[in-house]
Design a protein around this ligand. Structure first.
Ligand code: NAP
Length: 309
């Protein structure tokens, strides 16, 4: 156990966690960020971010996160690449355990974000990394001149499909309804691309393949018609799951696992605040996560003042 008592311990290092760190360290609160063993959150898996204000030409996701991290460190935040495993209130301080150490803090900001949701269909999870992926920017190059499927109808699915068109010979978007929920601009880009085909009202029933994906069993949910079609790749882009497992029993979560907020960024436990996709199931944007990070940090600074620093 480290003897030092941090003013604030931030769990998570996406836009929410790092923005919070910029604000708390600039606010003279000693700040420890448990960044996780793979830091930076979902933007580390993205290529161009075109809608983060201040970058008119766009910026690469990992580059944006690198800048946020430098900015947090510039004001004194300490970043450790460790995963929080357990959090409890021990006397007047919170105690957060990782595999490497235990840390004491007066307050906590939960900013653990959300993770990929996978399809339940048989074969999908078994073939992850062997044709099945959730990250086109990471894996698209493996599918040069191949036929790939993207499942989903949101902006993520459109983005995955667009990245894949740069490599694959054919990109089939498989969507369970007859219209996308993605923004108009993203839909237009996808639908105008000659490599893209859409299978409407279609669901993946099974992913098949021994050592790598070879085909998908598809079902039309309007007609019930089922068929098997060869595919080399399957990119799943059907949303995310809040990363809140370790907070079960410590702070209140809703039935889907999102952290419940009570007043601005306050959670059910005094001194514990929340920011970003781990509670925000509505907006889920880098810029809103950063905004919530700022709010949580300001709430923490006020709380520290209240409890006497
Ligand atoms: P999303 O908007 O929630 O879309 C998820 C899609 O997956 C929906 O089309 C949904 O179908 C489908 N889906 C969900 N569960 C499914 C299942 N079990 N089987 C088959 N399909 C399923 O998620 P997202 O695309 O990850 O986007 C999340 C947020 O990030 C959004 O606010 C989005 O605007 C934002 N985002 C923005 C950008 C950008 O602006 N560049 C890029 C990526 C994401 P239904 O439509 O039928 O529900």
């Amino acid at each position: 156990m480290e003897e030092k008592v941090w003013d604030v311990l931030i769990i998570g290092s996406g836009p929410a966690g790092l923005t919070a760190a910029i604000y708390t360290s600039r606010g003279a609160a000693s700040t420890l960020v448990l960044a996780g063993s793979s830091w930076g959150g979902q933007l580390m898996l993205t290529t161009d971010v075109e809608n983060f204000p201040g970058f008119p030409q766009g910026i690469l996701g990992p580059e944006l996160m690198g800048k946020m991290k430098l900015q947090a460190e510039r004001f004194g935040s300490i970043i450790r690449y460790e995963d929080a495993k357990e959090i409890k209130l021990a006397g007047v301080y919170f105690e957060t355990r990782t595999d490497q150490a235990s840390y004491k803090s007066k307050s906590i900001i939960v900013a653990t974000g959300a993770a990929t949701k996978w399809l339940d269909a048989p074969g999908v999870k078994e073939l992850i990394g062997r044709g099945v992926s959730s990250c086109a920017p990471c894996d698209a190059a493996f599918f040069k001149d191949k036929k790939v499927a993207v499942v989903g109808g949101g902006d993520s699915a459109m983005e995955e499909a667009l990245v894949l068109t740069k490599f694959a010979s054919e990109v089939v978007i498989i969507h369970r309804r007859d219209e996308f929920r993605a923004s108009k601009i993203m839909q237009d880009r996808v639908l105008q691309n000659p490599k893209v085909k859409v299978y409407w009202n279609t669901e993946v029933k099974e992913a098949k393949g021994e050592n790598k994906l070879t085909s998908l069993v598809l079902v039309n949910n309007k007609t019930g018609e089922e068929r098997e079609e060869p595919f080399d790749g399957l990119f799943v882009a059907i949303g995310h799951i809040p990363q809140s497992e370790i907070f079960k029993g410590f702070i209140e979560l809703d039935e889907k696992g999102y952290v419940k907020v009570f007043d601005s960024t306050k959670t059910s436990v005094e001194g514990v605040f929340v920011a970003g996709d781990v509670f925000d199931f509505k907006y889920k944007q880098a810029v809103t996560a950063a905004g919530f990070g700022c709010m949580a940090a300001l709430d923490v600074l006020a709380y520290l003042e209240e409890i006497g620093g």
